[in-house]
Design a protein around this ligand. Sequence first.
Ligand code: PMP
Length: 404
Amino acid sequence: MGLDTIFATRIARMKASEIRELLKLLDRPGILSFAGGIPDPALFPSDAFAAAFADVLSGNKAGQALQYSVSEGYMPLRQWIVGQMAAIGVPCTVDNILITSGSQQALDYLGKLFLSPGDTALVGWPTYMGALGAFNAYEPVYDQLSVNGNRSPASYAEAAEAAGGRAKFAYLSADFANPTGETVSRAGRENLLDMAAALDIAVIEDAAYQALRYDGAPVPPVLALEIERCGGIEAARTIYCGSFSKTLSPGLRVGWVCAAKPVISQLVLMKQAADLHSATANQMAVAEVAVQCFDTHIERVRATYKARRDAMLTALTREMPEGVTWSRPEGGMFIWLTLPAALDGATLLARALEVHNLAFVPGRAFFPDGSGGNTIRLSFSCADAAMIDDGMARLGAVIREALA
Ligand code: PMP
């Protein structure tokens, strides 16, 4: 018997992404991949984690580390995060922090918290495809978020109403976004806050890459700018999603939400219902490593990725044919290429894999409306300068062939 006829309606929106399928091909030996948006494992602070896990699993700490714990998260970790948030302009208390299993879990919970079927989520065109994946389960409609102030709040409200619901939140990665690498200016963040206030919607600030700035002046988080306006986090509509995935380790699945207490309380109820709490031992180990060496470690991570970003920008300038343009990110892991309109990123990838043993991510999957066929995402986080030189030469060759 096929059970698929009785699956819930939300399942229709939960499709395997084209990219996940393509990434399965990347285990092939010799492949030169700029596809995965993942940290370089050589940079993991593995000795510090080995010592931290040995400590939390020894003596009287083991009982706590291996036991159930509170849904809000491990208190010393929340305290450390409060210090980090203060340093970036967000004064708050531990009651404003919930530990999540990666920031991905926060995106799922926020979709669950705000979206009834037919409600509108405002997202970038393109945006992080994992956010679309998380929100899709709650059956929203997407509208294109603009932070240039060139769209009136009324036009968003009318479109949401015409779609049968209400606009509920704007989601964005303000620093070094996945996939574009771009950063929203301070003026853009202020526009966003004006628009969110006029529409009375939440702002979901995805800060997954925020700590990875290599140059340029830091722009305050959207939440910090809002707190300047409204006086304190309890009056803020911005919900900040942080993560240790790009700084310490993605495999431990530790992230956090920083928001006004009523939002945190609802998310705690969700966490109780979904998974009770994030892994206790992992939270304890992350807290130890963060306290011990976060700042020195992150300097090393930044220096490594900065050199790789520079190598990729130099190689692109040398290798790309006329008509190809790309972003110049001040941090993060990604460079976003726009190809001549006649080219298609997915077709190019098929050819790159087949002929040049080269991989990248076609951009279309990052667009809620399936546009953006002539874009591709390159990740520089896991490749050294020699691989980048070789890879960009191969990419130039594939594009030239496609243009010929
Ligand atoms: N947001 C963005 C923009 C990301 O790129 C990612 C990971 N690729 C995540 C959130 C999720 O990260 P994690 O759950 O590991 O914190």
